[in-house]
Design a protein around this ligand. Sequence first.
Ligand code: URA
Ligand code: SF4
Length: 191
Amino acid sequence: MKENWKELENSIIDCKKCKLCMTRTNIVFGTGNKNADLMMIGEGPGADEDKQGIPFVGRAGKLMDKAFEGLGLKRDEVYIANVVKCRPPQNRVPEDDEVKACLDYLRNQVILVNPKIIVLLGSTALKNILGKEYGITQARGKWIEKKGIMYMPTWHPAALLRDENKKIEFWKDLREVIKKYEEIKENKNGK
Ligand code: URA
Ligand code: SF4
């Protein structure tokens, strides 16, 4: 556990804790508001993210940005990270040994951000954060509270590119998230 961002960021530079280090271009650590009440967690970097070192900048990310825009949420208001920080070859699902090696970074990010709400984008985020017993089709759209954090599992934005129904459900889930997020903000402001 690193107590601050500088230490955590320094600890990941040149990370070789798993085999994904051999094929990556850049480590994609995370981006956004480090004090956010709302955090989004994806699976792992794709080709564009690997090139730029920033999460969700490719096609899936553009779709997510569009949803944010439509819901009046600014990308830099939230904190965005992934389960694994290096791109799996051919965008395959990260393997268990890779997740195991990498997950401490994400756990540490969650502790430092201290969000009230975490949106789990897709099956990989759901299963590795809340447990393998969860399935995204069943779990999506429903709040799960754990250790004072409200989790909302939803579709991964890449899945929306292939399925119009999922797009509708994704928007619905994000609307729920925004509702709760606004409530939290209002409570903070003492209204
Ligand atoms: N898909 C993810 O899960 N994460 C990214 O950063 C980009 C695409
Ligand atoms: Fe290290 Fe994570 Fe990259 Fe593996 S995926 S090399 S554990 S930063």
